[in-house]
Design a protein around this ligand. Sequence first.
Ligand code: NAD
Length: 292
Amino acid sequence: ANEVLGFIGLGQMGSRMASRLLDAGHALVVFDTVEACVAPLVARGARRAESPAQLADLADTVLASLPTPDIVRAVGIGPDGVLRGQRARRFVDFSTTGPRVAQQVAAAFAERGRASIDAPVSGGITGAEKGTLAIMVSGPRAEFDALEPVLRLVGKPFFCGEGAGQAQVLKLCNNLLAAAALAVTSEALAMGVKAGLDPSLMCEVINSSSGRNSATQDKFPRAVIPRTFDFGFTTALSLKDVGLCVDEAGAMGVPMVVGSAVRQMLAVTSATFGPESDFTSVAKLVEGWAGV
Ligand code: NAD
């Protein structure tokens, strides 16, 4: 319990996870490039660091939730990164950034006798808020065991293997499925609505039938049918995830015909509604094409 935790990247997900660590009584050091993300946690007792390296001088375990592979690489092993800090023994990356960065970061940490764990999460901002995220973890088993109590504060950890990046592959597979479900549900509901069906009724019936999925059960009822488009996950991040997935699959010789189409739908959604639009905006795109 004397262990000091650090958290880098206090956005939609990170702010909520960091908040739970504070609530549990952990000493916490925080860093984000956006001051507005740092201030609320500092007001609640977290200590502020000025860089990832400085944060790693103050914390034993450093957790991160960051947007892209390049940012994770820089924050982890860059010139002012966590690996430059004197105190931190362990780097835990909650971001979805694919297996390659996880492997690079893990190799650099291992070279210095430290550990890096990839621990991508699923469950969205609601899961982050309530501490019910699914956490997919790969890395040395002993590190997983040591970390488990902290991980349990933010969700349910699953050990996915010792190989760096394996959890990232599993996470990319999950997000491919979630995005594909959203895209194809958008097509199915546009057709139904054009035929005069009520979209809420459609979801209700489908959720008792074999077509049910995370879009019919959650995204449409919560963010598309009420026209709020505020599920809490940006088009840019979904496009990044599906792009990483299709690229990795290509490198591995795994064809992804449907995945490639979903990637293009997200690219057009981003071009049409902006990268910061909610990824449920893909439904608006399809509605526009369908003329509903
Ligand atoms: P976000 O953009 O809201 O948060 C990212 C944070 O990182 C921001 O506060 C940003 O200021 C900060 N940041 C950017 N560059 C930085 C740097 N160099 N140093 C320090 N901080 C920096 O994104 P999010 O939605 O919280 O997602 C974070 C990660 O979690 C992503 O990899 C995403 O794919 C993944 N994820 C998100 C969700 C979701 O529903 N939002 C669900 C599961 C996984």
